[in-house]
Ligand binder design. Structure first.
Ligand code: NDP
Length: 370
């Protein structure tokens, strides 16, 4: 098996190789074999028909195990458009006041919450109370305390809580994780995660603390945090962080523009990361280890993700992240499948604890132990 993987890393990408790669490697990486699925699909209602909700809905059209069957929105005109596009009946359409009624809707198994960050907590808890599984976008909430309450509410209601960590199903990412787990890189020493983009419209919710819970860290810095954990394969034990702000009008109090942060891990490995709303072309992971390295750029965008290791270029094919994510989440919810990297509420709480610690370290200027 290992020699086949080494071969796959080394071969030249070609039209001849593509069908072979697509069929075998994606299936292997995601452990969802490419055989026909004839069970019932996971029937999903999307809450929040904005930019990302639209992308998820389009990607779900190619899913084998998940199907869009409902919508929850505060904008009637969007509901109409989505009903026409996705053939959604009136009885599966809700707004933010009445969506508790999904409780009585046998056509909906799960609700995917894709609204501004600070709304996730209340919305997920209401979904759980309605007895439906919750899928929630990242960041799952805006503090670890809120995240724990969400986990508890879903446990109490006996429903699953999954978080939209699409990179946990991305083939090149999974190949680096496999190499690290199999010891091919040797002892992990250092991770660098650089995540950012230059944000536009100053009036958008992402720059409103009440709705975003912060700034770049909640939105894009979280990829470096989460990535450092799955690339290094450990949980950080300390955090240091420094903030810089060039535009205090656009980035008000509590809305971070740029934060550099560092982690220490139990093995002695360290990480150095950057989260920013003030630089474009910043989407890079680098993992250094005693016997090798891995680098990815782009590392967390919608793709194609590109990467190489000391063994050569990573040749796993591009997949539509949201299609694979939703098929895998359907398998987790309906068949109890265990993902290679967790995507549950507890996993999200770990990121939120680190975000809390980063904000504390920025404020105090001191090292914060986790
Ligand atoms: P958008 O602003 O494009 O859409 C958010 C939608 O939420 C709105 O269109 C609206 O839909 C609904 N909404 C409900 N209440 C409010 C409110 N008070 N203000 C604004 N919108 C509201 O945001 P995104 O889709 O980009 O982001 C939504 C979530 O998805 C965020 O948590 C974000 O972090 C996450 N995300 C994740 C990505 C990933 O790759 N995993 C990528 C992008 C975003 P309606 O009119 O239907 O009510």
């Amino acid at each position: 098996m290992n020699s086949r993987r080494n071969f796959l890393q080394k071969i030249t990408f070609s039209a001849v190789a593509l069908p072979f790669l697509t069929e075998n490697v994606v299936a292997e990486c995601n452990e969802t074999k490419d055989k026909p699925y004839d069970g019932p699909p996971l029937r999903v209602a999307i809450m929040g028909l904005g930019g990302y909700g639209t992308r998820v809905a389009e990607a779900m059209q190619s899913c084998k195990r998940a199907k869009l069957t409902g919508v929850i929105s505060g904008t009637p005109s969007k509901i109409k458009d989505w009903q026409a596009k996705y053939n959604i009946p009136d009885k599966n359409c809700y707004n933010y006041e009445n969506f508790d009624n999904v409780k009585n809707n046998p056509d909906i198994d799960a609700v995917y919450v894709i609204t501004p960050n600070a709304l996730h907590k209340e919305q997920v808890i209401r979904v759980a109370k309605a007895g439906k599984h919750a899928i929630c976008e990242k960041p799952m909430s805006v503090t670890a305390k809120d995240g724990r309450e969400m986990v508890e509410a879903c446990k109490k209601a006996n429903v699953k809580l999954l978080v939209g960590y699409r990179m946990h199903f991305e083939p090149k990412t999974l190949e680096i994780i496999r190499m690290r787990k199999d010891g091919e890189l040797g002892k992990i020493l250092f991770f660098q995660g650089l995540c950012g983009f230059k944000i536009g419209d100053p009036t958008q919710w992402r720059l409103n603390r009440e709705l975003a819970g912060g700034g770049a860290m909640m939105d894009i810095g979280i990829y470096a945090i989460n990535g450092s954990r799955y690339m290094v394969g450990e949980e950080p034990v300390w955090v240091t962080a420094q903030e810089t702000k060039t535009d205090p009008v656009k980035f008000k109090e509590g809305v971070d523009e740029t934060i550099q942060f560092q982690f220490g891990f139990p093995s002695g490995a360290v990480a150095s990361c950057l989260s920013t709303y003030n630089m474009n072309n910043l989407d890079r992971f680098f993992l250094n280890a005693e016997q090798g390295f891995a680098e990815m750029q782009p590392s967390t965008g919608y793709g194609p993700i590109q990467g190489r290791t000391n063994k050569g270029e990573l040749m796993q094919p591009h997949v539509t992240h949201q299609t694979v994510q939703m098929d895998e989440m359907a398998a987790i919810i309906l068949q109890g499948k265990k993902p290679i990297v967790p995507v549950d509420g507890e996993e999200a709480v770990k990121d939120l604890q680190i975000i809390d610690a980063i904000f504390e370290a920025v404020k105090s200027g001191k090292k914060v132990n986790l």
